[in-house]
Design a protein around this ligand. Sequence first.
Ligand code: ADP
Length: 220
Amino acid sequence: TEELLRNTEKLVFAGQLAVSIAHEVKNPLTTVKGMLQFSNETVNPHHYNLIMSELERMNAIVSEFIILGKPQAVHFREEQCLAILDEVLSIFEIQSVMNGITVKRKVEQGLTIRCDRNQIKQVFLNILKNAMEALPFGGEIDVHMDILDTFQRIRFSDNGEGMTDQVLQRIGEPFLTTRPDGNGLGMMIVQKIIDSHKGRMVITSEVGVGTAVEVYLPVV
Ligand code: ADP
């Protein structure tokens, strides 16, 4: 119990720290963007566009952190699942590029689901982050979206290091982690959110071969 408490405290602290850093970074970022807009006649237009789009990306990441850090009221609405996925993929892009990872996206059919948008974003992001961590030397993550019966299915597969059966059976338990700086909470949160959306998660994995995480969410 004591270790559990300590882990929770550490996590809360790390989360608060991330959010306060995000807040601190947001202000100078806004200033730099403003100054750049003022100097648009003196900066090479190609550079101007690049700087601006990179600043906007930073802004998006920082805003994402601020949103994640706030205890959010849950709002179930009818949403386009594909739009949520694409938003997450664009947030994830900068991290994947930095880690030498290509994300392949294949969409067969995307429909309307009833969900809390931020929670579903968190689900997709956590699964993508795990896939990336399973690919320490880079590689590919395949994202596949289609419909199976009355469910929107989103499959994330990586050809990373995979999981042993022991880990696979326990996935979703709090503090289950094989990562040196992991906290073992990501998949627990993912499972909770999917349950609250009356969905399902199916994971298949083999050590040295890779992992596929399938998320099923009921369509409207
Ligand atoms: P964390 O990422 O902090 O370790 P998670 O709850 O997100 O916590 O994941 C728990 C564990 O599940 C990870 O430490 C890892 O061992 C395993 N895991 C999750 N996703 C994958 C994946 N795509 N490939 C290999 N192992 C994975």
